[in-house]
Design a protein around this ligand. Structure first.
Ligand code: COA
Length: 265
């Protein structure tokens, strides 16, 4: 099944070899996430999961200024208790879908990643940012709290002390600070960011696709388990990968001193 069947207004999906580049495309609103954009991202990732030709995904924002400057404040301003909760649940469903996608997902944070924008990046497996990026959860300055997973994912990534300061103070951090606290894996000049992200994504794509999916699953599911249960999960998944043709090909290629030829439809 192909991921590009649905027409989209606020999200574009481009292919570059086995990479899918998903761009949030509302530059006049700094790519803010309104309901339609959330729905289009959700639909795009649902298609990507089913598309065997896609080996890894890059998420980025259109224009030179912003990755995503947050949930759309004009939508948030109108919400009450019921639609407020629904709004959070929709954003959480999207970020959980990305987190659990069976392919590596890399964020190329090309400018502001605020509120829902940082929460989108936090759901990705790897984050790279441009030297001019600003990343933060400014929700308390608007009289709300993060609702797309930020209160849960940020402390798990950078530790609760650093996360609580970011969440309670509401000020963004710059690229250097984001690197120092482990919020991003590397910082690049704006003109280099996408290519550097593609280079890493392509290295991942050169590995066994089922191994990538199961390794990611072990890490993602293991995060919710005790060490004992996590090790059991790892052993179970190791058993599964040991039954695959992919393992046979990987081992044979090493012993025969050649590159593996992975089965990808
Ligand atoms: N929701 C809706 N619209 C947004 C938005 C958001 N989160 N972020 C930016 N925009 C819109 C602005 O309203 C403006 O639209 P307009 O031209 O129709 O007035 C446009 O995007 C450009 O933004 P602007 O504020 O003029 O750019 P700037 O360079 O002066 O400031 C920011 C950039 C990111 C500092 C500023 O836009 C901002 O603080 N945005 C909100 C960030 C935020 O609080 N996000 C969390 C939401 S929970």
């Amino acid at each position: 099944m192909s991921a590009d069947s649905q027409p989209m207004e606020n999200v574009t999906l481009e292919r570059d070899g086995h990479l899918a580049i998903v761009t949030v495309n509302r530059p006049s609103k700094l790519n803010a996430l309104d309901d339609q954009t959330i729905a289009e991202l959700d639909c795009t990732f649902a298609g990507i999961e089913q598309d065997d030709a896609i080996g890894a995904v890059i998420v980025t924002g259109a224009g030179e200024k912003a990755f995503v400057a947050g949930a759309d404040i004009s939508v948030l301003a109108k919400q009450g208790v019921l639609d407020g909760k629904q709004n959070a649940l929709r954003g959480q469903a999207l970020t959980s879908r990305i987190e659990n996608c069976g392919k590596p997902v890399l964020a190329a944070v090309n400018g502001f990643a605020l509120g829902g924008g940082l929460e989108l990046a936090l759901a990705c497996d790897v984050r790279f940012c441009s030297s001019n990026a600003k990343l933060g959860l400014p929700e308390v300055s608007l009289g709300i709290i993060p609702g797309y997973g930020g209160t849960q994912r940020l402390p798990r990534l950078v530790g609760s002390g650093v996360a609580l300061q970011m969440i309670l103070q509401g000020d963004p951090v710059d690229a250097g600070e984001a690197l120092r606290i482990g919020l991003v894996n590397a910082v690049y000049e704006p003109a280099e960011l996408l290519q550097k992200t593609k280079d890493v994504a392509n290295r991942m794509v050169s590995r066994g696709p089922q191994a990538l999916a199961l390794a990611k699953q072990a890490v993602r599911r293991g995060a919710h388990l005790s060490m004992r249960d996590g090790l059991q999960l790892e052993a179970d998944l190791f058993g599964i990968i040991s039954s695959t043709d992919e393992m046979k090909e990987g081992m044979a290629a090493f012993l025969e001193k050649r590159k593996p030829s992975w089965l990808r439809k």
